[in-house]
Design a protein around this ligand. Sequence first.
Ligand SMILES: Cc1cc2nc3c(=O)[nH]c(=O)nc-3n(C[C@H](O)[C@H](O)[C@H](O)COP(=O)(O)OP(=O)(O)OC[C@H]3O[C@@H](n4cnc5c(N)ncnc54)[C@H](O)[C@@H]3O)c2cc1C
Length: 844
Amino acid sequence: MSVVYPLLVALLVTGLAAYMRWRLPVYFIALLGALALTWVLGGHVATTLTLLVIGALAAVVLLVAPLRKSIISAPALRIFAKILPPLSETERVALEAGTVGFEGELFSGRPNWDMLFAQPKPELTADEQAFLDGPVEDVCRMTNDWEITHIRADLSPEIWDYIKRNKFFGMIVPKEYGGLGFTALANHKVIQKLASVSSVLSSTVGVPNSLGPAELLMHYGTKEQKDYYLPRLADGREVPCFGLTGPWAGSDATSIPDYGVVTRGEWNGEQVLGVKLTFDKRYITLAPVSTLIGLAFRMYDPDGLLGQTKDIGITLALVPRDTAGVEIGRRHFPLNSPFQNGPIHGREVFVPLSQLIGGPEFAGKGWQMLVECLSIGRSITLPSTASGGAKLAAVVTGSYARIRKQFGLSIGRFEGVEEALGRIAGHAYTISALAEASAAAVTRGELPAVPSTISKYHCTEMARQVGQDAMDIHGGKGIILGPRNYLGRAWQAAPIAITVEGANIMTRTLMIFGQGAILCHPWVLKEMKATQITDPRERLDTFDAALFGHIGMAISNAVRSFWMALTGSRFGAAPGDAYTRRYFRRLNRYSAALALVADSSMSLLGGKLKFKENLSGRLGDVLSHLYIASAVLKRFHDEGTPEADKPLLAWSFHNSCFEIEKAMSNALRNFPVRWAGYLLWILVFPLGRRAQYPSDRLSHKAASLLMTPNESRDRMGRGVHTTPHANNPAGRIISYLEAVVLAEPVERKFVKALKNSDIEALDFAAQLDEGVREGWITAEERDQLRALREMTIDTIAVDDFDTEELRSAGYARFAALNSQAAANDSNPMLSSPATDTDIGRNIA
Ligand SMILES: Cc1cc2nc3c(=O)[nH]c(=O)nc-3n(C[C@H](O)[C@H](O)[C@H](O)COP(=O)(O)OP(=O)(O)OC[C@H]3O[C@@H](n4cnc5c(N)ncnc54)[C@H](O)[C@@H]3O)c2cc1C
């Protein structure tokens, strides 16, 4: 027999063992057994014997624990400890602040889908649903976004009063403290609906229910702090804000130079121990109207009043607005979305230690507290805002594209528009599934560090694309601002969501994969932790177990990735039904590829990986789209696999696969270690890149869903404010669709008859009357066409203004200052001189 057969047998058994992840003893028994059988059956003697000897030797080395540890694990431990990238304090805190849910499975290369399906279907309680149908619907009806964004530059006093009275600010505050005690899911649904009418309204409600005093007090507050502040925050007696960012520290928030010095001072007429704060913050949402400032600063104790430590670290305090030395009240103007946002300054502001959040024991733990709470807020406010905006844009743009006609056709029938509309449908479907998934994770009690960054980044980026496509489809109707414009302000505001709660470039290139690779990886964190164990025996044992788990997984992923790519992921166990099973198999393949490339990157680049932001960003994209596709599939199954939604599911899924392969191929083509990039390419793309962007046929189907009344479109519009009324032009346009579609055949009949006639009437009403007289249409059909005309006019109409109405209220002041400014060559419009509060201790 040929020399090839024994080699082939060894290769097959090894491949099978790796693919199926057999345990080492099982593998060696199978390998040696198969080789022995090959020998008996007449296999090439020398080759078979050589392989048997090599196999037996490997079995001894790997299965005899003391031998394995001394030959392999102990030297590996020494190397590992040496090359292990030093974790900064910030990274350590970030890694310890999150929990790992289903996303961890995506890093394993063989996701346990049962874990995804074991998650309960997200559902609201009766109270929460009643709140959405009652106060939330009411406040949406009260909201006129033009009045807010152009006339008042603020919510109306009635809306402020209504949201406070109805405890919108206390959604997350437990009932025993007078709040609504809602789940994160309910919080998500409320913000989603508010965002569909006004981003000013949704951010005003979102901030107190996100990272800020209430959330921090619930987790760390002392009993006195909770008893006093939570009821006041719940009913709006206190309006909170949270000040972290300043001119010198934006993305690098741990470098805040704001400081507090431990000292004695006067508080409520008594001499007490406290901190004297000096700070300079900007971009702080709700600051101009806030009564209670949550403040992050660095605490110092130069006189040792609290102990030996002089630099105590980042600390959080509650500073009442009226505390002496606090300067607050002016406003920033964020992209024509005038939610309350502005700077806060303070110089030598004294607060007692009892105002530190959590009291003196939590001094210095501020960063950890923030990071732990951030994953909660980041899972909800911005993804939900994106979801509300995208859902509304999808249903209203579908109606608009059907009602608006050019060249005698609904504009949505033109392929160019249809492509954009299909993209809107697919993205809106994806965003809503993703936003719900991250809110559901918080509802289950997770601290979803990685999913929250994925959700924040991708929901806001996709919503920006939805806004852009919707604007393009609306043409001039989207551009001309005024009470009839329901898109322009949301489109303007899109970059705000991209920038806040961690600007997106950094979220993508530093955080998603950076945290995910270590936090979600089944073995890396265990290996890292093993190196820290002080007892040498325990250290080696723990490291040995993690190392061999890791090596086994890496080999398995190489084989799985290669095999599944070669076979087009057609085989293998996967959940789902006949329709979705192939999707899960594709995700199995990409999961193996991600795990393989992530492992290779970490082992080849070590600590340098965190500076390779392009690689990290691309692998983050792969992880994100694996998570996104899983969330979308889960939602599809939770909703009972509705046939009508299949085009949306398919669009979303193929888009994710396309993005995964694009990101992975860019990662490998630019892989910092060239030879490894080529090798990995063979294992990941043996047949090249195959995933395609959603096809034109799919785009057509997805776009058509938005342009006709159907259950899928209804589901898309669920959860946003579509009630037609005077303040809601989008709701009116959405409500017209059914009548418009019914009138279309009559319209076609009438237009055809009109073209073939020789009547001279140019006036539409006269033409209709003529049509009835000529018998082209009935009197009822005339009424139907009149109604169609009215609905079309309401749909396409835009606003116009007198110059006086458009001028800013500051115009008179400007005109007065302008001549004076011309004389001394200054700019009269500089809102305030740039200040320097002389904070500089920590600035490099
Ligand atoms: C409207 C608005 C509301 C806000 N509300 C609040 C609030 O209530 N409380 C609060 O404390 N803060 C608030 N912020 C601050 C917000 O979180 C910061 O703007 C944000 O963290 C970015 O800081 P920066 O704007 O100074 O940008 P910079 O830090 O200057 O960053 C500029 C760009 O560089 C990128 N970048 C920076 N470092 C890296 C890196 N290492 N790798 C890759 N890219 C990097 C960023 O992603 C960004 O694209 C708000 C901001 C805005 C605009």
